[in-house]
Write a protein that binds this ligand. Structure first.
Ligand SMILES: Cc1ncc(COP(=O)(O)O)c(C=O)c1O
Length: 483
């Protein structure tokens, strides 16, 4: 604490950070939570110092820590108002349960039990969990796939025009995991023409809200979910749910957030959201420009490697996330899985990989020398792994178009029985099978099991982790027995 200037002495406004700093400096010994009593931030030795001190010393709860028990000073509300002003929102909520919490709250604002809602099938597993919680009936919409690369290149507005008139809202993910952007202005116009709200899961694109005209809200969405720990600098788990007033009410959004929020949020995590916004407002213009230039340069160098295809504004109609570098490798003969392992061993683990693709997340903290070095390294590894060009294989998470037999909620709460996965063709799944990354279920509750899905689960299990299913060996599945 003593080395860094306090926010009060600095030239920008970060109320939650300032309050956090004051609370830390006050070195209170509370007769309430937190159970660690702030002892790991004090000079005196404390029980379990060797294991706990470095992990817990910066922890302060919001309630009874950064603010008092009654939130008399409204530090959180002030910080949220500043974030809202920065991204052009009418209201926002800071979250410590990640964009997963944001997606559940956001979908809850636009759905009703048993009513249809248009949902991007390539949504993160948390959106599929939200369907279980809300009881809504999904009407899937799908991104277009590049005819050769078979990667998602954005959800066209026409997708929404085609779904039934009675949907209560529309939920899409943009940027996608590989960085492609959807036609958010077109989707917003199509949704609003029907009088329904548009939610955009922009978990990967929190930085877009700080670039004029590029955030989902600026492009017409009613609600945007953004992770502060992915493309920006917040603590892991931090996210923000923001909204424009009109088709979604502030009270409605608050109710849905509070439904799935802890009552003991970490003031430290929340303050890291405030700090991130303040830094972006103070230094963000130059830093964002620098990162976008670095990523453009990195893409240019990688595109020049024979056989490497880089997703960029030339091959994705709606353009790409300016921080994402996604490579399609079949023409090089190199394996994305091998490259992933080599990079991980060097301490530069990529965001995700399969045989044909490699996805890298770059942020404001990647400085020019590192970007050059890692690009050199990647080019060398591709040359080392170069082989016979091959045809690309389609990753099933992008091309999967499952039949919804009953609602995710009905399937989740139905009585279930376990059977061998190989014998489950035609049955209705009661659970998710979710390759992670990218965290998009191959199969979700309520969906019909097909031979293609069973094969895709086996392939995903051979190259990575298939999560959120009850049998980690992937040999069996819980299917709906009776509703
Ligand atoms: C598109 C998308 N939305 C939401 C999430 C959940 O984000 P969080 O990890 O912040 O809960 C993820 C996680 O990877 C994601 O890829």
């Amino acid at each position: 604490m003593s080395e860094s200037p306090s926010v009060d002495q600095q030239d920008f406004d970060a109320p939650l950070v300032a309050a956090w700093q004051r609370a830390m400096a006050a070195a209170r010994r509370p007769l309430q939570i937190p159970g660690h009593k702030n002892r790991y931030a004090a000079d005196a030795p404390a029980l379990g110092d060797d294991l706990l001190r470095s992990l817990v010393r910066d922890d302060l709860p919001l309630q009874g820590g950064v603010d008092d028990n009654a939130f008399t000073h409204h530090y959180l509300a002030q910080a949220e108002a500043l974030w809202s002003a920065a991204v052009g929102a009418d209201h926002c909520r800071f979250l410590v349960g990640g964009s997963s919490q944001g997606n559940i709250a956001a979908l809850s604002t636009i759905t009703h039990p048993d009513r249809p809602v248009a949902v991007d099938r390539t949504s993160h597993r948390s959106t599929h969990a939200a369907l279980v919680i809300t009881g809504a009936r999904p009407v899937w919409i799908y991104p277009d796939l590049d005819p050769e690369f078979r990667l998602p290149i954005g959800i066209p507005a026409a997708d929404l025009q085609g779904v039934s008139a009675d949907v209560t809202g529309c939920f899409v993910t943009s940027p996608s995991y590989v960085g492609s952007l959807s036609d958010v202005p077109g989707l917003a116009a199509a949704a609003h023409a029907r009088g329904i709200p548009l939610v955009v899961d922009q978990a990967w694109g929190a930085h877009l809200g700080f670039l004029p005209g590029r955030g989902a809200l600026a492009q017409g969405a009613d609600v945007a979910v953004t992770s502060v720990h992915k493309a920006l600098m917040g603590y892991s788990q931090t996210a923000v749910l923001s909204m424009r007033a009109g088709l979604v009410g502030r009270g409605q959004l608050d109710r849905c957030v509070d439904l799935v929020a802890t009552t003991s949020p970490s003031g430290t995590l929340l303050a890291s959201i405030d700090a991130t916004r303040a830094v972006l407002e103070r230094d963000g213009g130059a830093a964002l420009d620098r990162t976008m230039e670095l990523v453009t340069g990195m893409r240019r160098r990688l595109s020049a490697v024979p056989g490497v295809v880089v997703l960029d504004d030339s091959n994705v109609p709606g353009g790409v996330d300016p921080f994402k570098v996604s490579l399609w490798l079949p023409r090089t003969g190199a394996s994305g899985v091998d490259l992933n392992q080599r990079l991980w061993d060097l301490g530069h683990g990529p965001e995700s990989a399969d045989r044909d693709t490699l996805v890298l997340t770059m942020t404001l903290l990647d400085e020019p020398a590192f970007v050059d070095e890692v690009t050199d390294c990647l080019i060398a590894l591709i040359e080392e792994g170069r082989g016979e060009p091959r045809a690309g294989a389609s990753a099933a998470v992008w091309s999967n178009e499952p039949e919804v037999v009953v609602t995710p909620r009905e399937a989740f709460f139905a009585s279930r029985r376990r059977i061998p996965l190989a014998d489950a063709i035609g049955e209705v799944s009661a659970e998710q099978f979710c390759p992670y990354p990218p965290g998009i279920p191959l199969l979700a509750p309520g969906e019909r099991v097909t031979q293609e899905t069973v094969d895709a689960i086996a392939i995903a299990g051979r190259v990575g982790r298939v999560a959120y299913c009850s049998d980690p060996t992937l040999r069996t599945i819980e299917v709906v027995d009776s509703l």
